[in-house]
Ligand binder design. Structure first.
Ligand code: ZN
Length: 264
């Protein structure tokens, strides 16, 4: 692929990042520029609560190739009001909003009881179906419940992304059957993490995405530091190496996949 300067370039798409959080309040513009300089031309900035959603929209309005997703995080499910849900619905018609999420279940933290998480998750799936937009799924220690809910709510009608997929390869087919894409992040580069490496090889190339989840989960060799969208190059390199394909091919395919999914 060729960029605006005519250079052959692998244009990557970081499909999930949060430059809209506190950790980037002082150097957002520099962080975004570093991503562009590294060949990460496209990004989705994900808003997940009352503070991060407006900022996601604001950033997407500033940059032509950055899009926003809006949703409510399962950890904070207990805080979501009907007004918040209506607000998310209104924002879904914003021209730079391309997905609803992140949403899902998180059984690692116990701030929000499981039944509330379940309810808030289902409400957001129904909203996404109503406005006909793909959904972004956050899953922590809750894979089987997530798959059941997606099936019960017929989420295949909109499809979406299993964000930062970090689970057993045996669940991948269920996700693919429901029109979901599998997005890999920094964990695929971790030395002690066999599962995402297996997933990286098994997922059909036309259903694979890459992401950073910045500022979390920085890939090797930056593990433990603040993550940033430029580092999606490290994720992509690792996936290309595992699949034994070129970085160019991996970049081209995953970016095409993101365009198809987000209907850009
Ligand atoms: Zn996230």
């Amino acid at each position: 692929m060729t960029d605006v300067l005519g250079r052959m370039n692998s244009m990557l798409f970081d499909t999930h990042m949060h430059v809209n959080v506190e950790q980037f309040k002082d150097d957002k513009a520099e962080v975004i520029q570093r991503a562009f300089d590294a060949g990460v031309k496209y990004m989705v900035v994900v808003g997940f609560d009352r503070e991060t959603i407006p900022l996601a929209i604001e950033i997407a309005e500033q940059y032509e190739t950055i899009y926003a997703a809006v949703g409510w995080h399962p950890v904070d499910a207990i805080d979501m009001t009907d007004g918040d849900l209506e607000w998310i619905e209104e924002l879904s018609s914003h021209p730079k909003v391309d997905a609803i999420g992140e949403m899902g279940l998180d059984y690692h933290w116990d701030k929000s009881p499981k039944n509330i998480q379940d309810e808030v998750f289902r409400k957001q799936i129904r909203l996404a179906k109503k406005v006909n937009m793909p959904i972004i799924i956050h899953n922590r220690e809750a894979t089987e419940d997530i798959i059941n809910i997606l099936q019960e709510e017929a989420a295949h009608a909109v499809g979406g992304i299993m964000h930062c997929y970090n689970d057993d390869v045996r669940y991948v087919q269920d996700c693919l059957d429901m029109n979901f894409y599998i997005s890999l992040g920094g964990t695929v580069t971790f030395k002690n993490a066999p599962l995402p490496k297996e997933v990286a090889v098994q997922v059909p190339l036309d259903r694979l995405l890459v992401e950073t989840d910045s500022p979390f989960l920085a890939p090797h060799p930056n593990r433990g530091k603040r993550n940033e969208p430029a580092y999606v190059t490290l994720v992509a390199k690792k996936v290309a190496e595992l699949r034994e394909i070129s970085m160019e091919e991996l970049s081209k395919k995953t970016t095409e996949n993101a365009f198809r999914l987000f209907r850009l």
